[in-house]
Design a protein around this ligand. Structure first.
Ligand SMILES: [Zn+2]
Length: 70
C-alpha cells in the first residue's frame, strides 16, 4: 500500500518534448520560435538555455529566464 497519489513532476518533462514554444524576440519583439532548449548545470540552480529564431531571422542563444513567453 502506497500513499503516492501525485508522483508526476513537471521537472521531469524535457522542454524539447513540449512542442513548439514561442517567445518574444529580445531584439525586435516579433514572435520567435524556440529551436532548442536544455537545462545546463551551474554552481547554483539549473539554468534553461534556449536557442531562438524570430521572424526577422534574429537568433539568440540565451537563458530562458527573462524571455517573454507568447
Ligand atoms: Zn527579432
Amino acid at each position: 500500500m502506497t500513499n503516492e497519489t501525485t508522483t508526476s513532476t513537471r521537472l521531469a518533462q524535457p522542454a524539447a518534448a513540449t512542442g513548439l514554444r514561442l517567445v518574444g524576440c529580445p531584439e525586435c519583439g516579433a514572435p520567435a520560435e524556440v529551436e532548442w532548449a536544455d537545462h545546463v548545470p551551474t554552481t547554483g540552480d539549473p539554468v534553461e538555455l534556449v536557442k531562438l529564431r524570430c521572424l526577422e531571422r534574429h537568433w539568440f542563444l540565451m537563458p530562458a529566464e527573462g524571455l517573454q513567453t507568447l
